[in-house]
Design a protein. Structure first.
Length: 302
């Protein structure tokens, strides 16, 4: 039996584009679920009003049910959904989920993928996109990211594979992803920002009428480095142990500044992890247990 994602679709009586919004690609990311649930209620209340919006909106609050039910980033097979796309219809649970998600993305005209730092990390609020080789797609993604109106806009390598956005890239579908905190919380400010951001993008795309809010954008960075956007490889821990941070999310740091200290489980001397570049702390490990090779944080070069 082919796996099907549980979603909600609302069609306007007025012609317009097809927008897909997803949450919980990773099972431990909770603000997106609550925000998309709020959007479902919003469109349930407005779907009958002919002038309320244009086009079709598809909302999937929990893409990765297997991972969500485990309370972990990954599902029962241990695969990361955001490294498994486009997946296989006859594969493991995560491969099937990736296949179903990829089919949903290809059926859309625009795509928004909502994330957080999960249970182990916290992310400074950002809207990101791949640096798509097609100028018209790239420019639309820039517009969408600006409209979402989070403090950081981050354009990164288009070479990363296995992601929801790489499926959109290959299909020439303008797509952005967003990050807002995490650390196993469900922050009300993050929920509100995600609801507003999605509606702002719909307004930018001509799908509804909405006043443009005051800009909250503080930093716009486009990084063409091949690994740009791969957060899990930044500032890795050299040892397994207990991590204590020296910085806060959003702090300005210089290259070689200490991000935190790791106290190895074998009792050997503490190890200080230093920033590899100057910028602001974009991602920070909040879960104190860290294994060798895992990231303790990401610094966004400005």
């Amino acid at each position: 039996m082919t796996l099907r994602l549980r979603g909600f679709e609302f069609r306007s009586q007025l012609n317009g584009p097809r927008l897909l919004i997803t949450g919980c690609v990773h099972g431990d990311e909770f603000e997106p679920i609550a925000a998309i649930r709020r959007l479902v209620i919003f469109f349930e209340q407005h779907a009958g009003a002919e002038s309320s919006f244009r086009g079709t909106i598809t909302l999937i609050p929990i893409v990765n049910e297997s991972a969500f039910l485990r309370g972990h980033r990954c599902g029962d097979d241990g695969l990361d959904l955001a490294r498994t796309c486009p997946g296989r219809s006859d594969g493991s649970i995560t491969e099937q989920t990736a296949w179903a998600l990829s089919e949903a993305i290809r059926s859309a005209d625009y795509y928004i993928d909502l994330h957080t730092g999960g249970t182990e990390m916290c992310v400074y609020p950002l809207a990101g996109y791949m640096l798509h080789p097609t100028p018209s797609v790239l420019e639309t993604q820039r517009r969408m990211a600006r409209a979402f109106n989070l403090p950081v806009i981050w354009g990164t390598s288009a070479a990363l594979e296995g992601r929801s956005l790489s499926v959109a890239r290959d299909a020439n579908i303008p797509a952005i992803y967003c990050e807002y905190l995490g650390a196993a919380r469900c922050d009300p400010a993050g929920i509100e920002a995600y609801v507003d951001g999605c509606l702002n993008v719909m307004s930018e795309l001509g799908m509804l009428e909405r006043a443009r809010p005051s800009s909250r954008i503080a930093h716009v960075v486009e990084d063409v480095h091949p690994q740009a956007g791969h957060m899990q490889v930044c500032n890795p821990s050299p040892v397994t142990g207990h991590f204590e941070t020296h910085v806060k999310l959003g702090d300005a740091v210089h290259a070689s500044d200490p991000l935190g200290t790791i106290y190895p489980v074998d009792g050997s001397p503490p190890v200080v992890v230093k920033a590899t570049q100057s910028g602001i702390v974009l991602v920070l490990r909040t879960f104190p247990c860290v294994h060798a090779g895992e990231s303790v944080g990401v610094v966004l070069g400005l």
